[in-house]
Every structure is written in C-alpha cells, then in structure tokens.
Design a protein around this ligand. Structure first.
Ligand code: PAP
Length: 341
C-alpha cells in the first residue's frame, strides 16, 4: 500500500500538491478559478476542455470548481446516501435503481418521476448541482446524492456524519470503451474527437475524467473493507449477473429493506425490470430528453449497449493485455479483481 502511494506521488508534478495560496485564499468562485488556472493540464479527451490535476485526480475545470465548493460548503446529513462511481461504471443504472427503491412507497412503475426525467435529473450530482444550481440538502428530501469524486476528495462532512456510500465499479476495459464512446458523442466545437488509440494511451497513464481509474476504485475498495457497514462496494458485472440479489442487498444496506410481502408481490422484480437497460433506454424521456450539467447532453448518450465485455469489439489483444497488466499490478495485491469478461 505504501509503495503504491509513494509511487503515485512521485509521478505527480509538484504543483499538484496544495500550494500556500490554495490554503490561505478566501474561498470565492474567482479564487477557485485562479487556483485551477495554476493546475497541471492535459488536453486530449477534449469533452469539456483540458483536464486538470487536482488532489491527485484529473478532472475538467468545472468539476474541480464544484469539488472545491462542495469540500468547503457541503454539510452532509447523517441520513444522506452517496452514490459514488468512476464515470461510465453504471451510475445511470445505480441512480435509477436506488431512486426506485427509496421512493417505492410513493410511486409505482406507472407514476415514477423516472418516466418524465432521466435518472440523472432525478437526483443531484454533488460536484455539479450543489455548486452550480445551489441545491442544498433539506430535512425530509430525497436522501440520495451522486458523485464521481474520489473517496479522498469527498467533503469531510460525509465521513464525519457517518453517511452511507454505495460505490459501483466496472471492469476497466469496458469502462474505458464506454468513456471513449461517450466522449465522442459530446459537442467538440472545432476539435476532432480523439482516436481510440490516443484515448487508450491517456487512460493507461491515468489521464481521464476523475482518473486514474485504479486510484478511484482502490480508494473506495479500501474504505469499504475498513467500514463495510458504511460503504457498499458493488461491481457492474455482478449486478448484471444477479440483479435481483444485489438490489435486495443494496436496499437493505441503504436502510430501505424489502419486506417478505413486497418480495412475494414481485416488487423487487418490478423495479429491476423497470430499471433494465432495455426498458430505461426505450422510455421517451431517455430517447429525446436532455441533461444539462454544464453543456447540454442528450439523455440517450447515457444508454449505449449496456453489455458486459463489449471491449472485445474495440480493443486489440495487445491493448487488452496491457490494461489487464496495469489492473493486476495496481489492484491485484489488494485482492480486487474482475471476472474475465
Ligand atoms: P455516467 O458516469 O456518465 O453517469 P454511467 O451511467 O456510469 O455514465 O455509464 C454509462 C454506461 O452504463 C453505458 O455503458 P456502455 O457504453 O458500455 O453501453 C450505458 O449503456 C450503461 N447503462 C446505462 N443504463 C444502464 C442500465 N439500466 N443497465 C445496464 N447498463 C446501463
């Protein structure tokens, strides 16, 4: 463990560590932007501009500004439940499932707000909505908040107040391929979308939105081992294989367990079917609606194939072996691995 952290730190440019200015500046949007303007940058993915290195993760500047704001101002409530993920790891699905579980006594499949809003519009994203739209957690409101922030960069109040966290991760080759497709669909202005090979190289170096992928996963994995009662670590592939089982486990963990009566009446199955890729991706709102976190994104961009192992259609054997080697090197010693998909 110490070797890995030391190794990561030695690879980081000195400026990525908090500067004196960062520690002493009064916190206003201008000072956040000033700090961001000094951060190390990489171009390449170009979905929302350059990626900047902040607190050892890469992110677009608007995400970093949101992270800084949330770290300074987010006042987590003990009842908040955080849905955390590396991008393209099953966030949309997790949002739909948890939203359905938590609101099931208010709505059924014919009345759920998921029919009128995409999953991303049904619950806030910490680093975007809280900062940009001023959404504040209120007593009695939906306890679900999503975030792509690494574990170490979550606002301190989340751990201090004992919130629960559900983390979903995905096999890295599939997460990479999904991210590459997603990024190509975003508006690029005059830029050409990046080739798969270029994106692959950056991803392997750890340079991707909220990357390095492996650090993100590892942060939550270790935390889930230390505090299993507070952090539930899920894998997309397991969820795909045994959705019913994991939805029940997740509901119980969140404090919204299904009763035997609900199970017998098919409530779990009905939520699972409603939130399936086939059903969600065919809802009109997800075919024609928009999500507008920073630049408008069509809801359909969040639904591509929803399959395990789609990387086989895009990566060469050498690329796959290379990514597998990095994964084994970074995660193997922590007993974290993925099914051979
Ligand atoms: P985000 O991080 O931008 O929110 P996220 O939802 O995590 O994206 O990932 C999108 C992936 O989840 C897509 O995978 P693909 O590119 O390999 O197809 C998307 O298709 C998949 N996905 C979306 N909804 C579902 C669902 N209901 N069931 C399974 N997979 C889904």
């Amino acid at each position: 463990m110490y070797f890995l952290i030391a190794e990561m730190e030695s690879q980081l440019p000195a400026t990525s560590k908090p500067s004196n200015e960062e520690e002493t500046c009064p916190k206003t949007p201008e000072t956040y932007r000033k700090i961001i303007s000094t951060l190390p940058r990489e171009d390449g993915w170009k979905a929302h501009g350059d990626l900047c290195l902040y607190q050892n993760f890469w992110c677009y500047s608007y995400g970093i500004e949101g992270a800084m704001f949330a770290q300074d101002h987010y006042n987590a409530q003990p009842t908040d439940i955080f849905l955390c993920s590396f991008p393209k790891s099953g966030t949309t699905w997790l949002k739909a499932l948890t939203f359905s579980v938590v609101t099931r006594t208010h709505f059924d499949n014919s009345t759920t707000p998921l029919l009128l809003k995409g999953p991303h519009n049904c619950l806030p994203l910490l680093e975007i909505d809280f900062c940009r739209k001023g959404i504040k957690p209120e007593p009695g409101s939906l306890p679900l908040v999503a975030s792509h922030l690494p574990y170490a960069s979550l606002p301190k109040s989340i751990n201090d107040s004992g919130c629960k966290i559900v983390y979903i991760c995905r096999e890295p080759k599939d997460a990479f391929v999904s991210m590459w497709h997603y990024t190509r669909k975003l508006p690029h202005g005059v830029q050409e979308p990046m080739s798969l090979e270029e994106a692959f190289e950056l991803f392997c170096k750890g340079v991707s939105d909220f990357g390095p992928y492996w650090d993100h996963v590892l942060g939550f994995w270790k935390a889930s081992l230390e505090r299993p009662e507070k952090i539930l670590f899920l894998k997309y592939e397991d969820m795909m294989r045994e959705t019913l089982l994991y939805v029940k486990r997740m509901a119980e963990f969140m404090g919204f367990p299904f009763s035997l009566e609900e199970e017998n009446k098919g409530k779990v199955r009905s939520i699972v079917e409603f939130c399936s890729f086939e059903n969600l991706s065919n809802l009109e709102i997800n075919k024609s609606g928009k999500y507008a976190p920073h630049i408008p994104v069509e809801n359909k961009t969040f639904f591509r194939k929803g399959k395990v192992g789609d990387w086989k259609n895009y990566l060469t054997r050498e690329m796959a072996e290379h990514l597998d080697e990095i994964t084994e090197q970074k995660l193997g010693r922590f007993d974290l691995s993925f099914d051979d998909v």
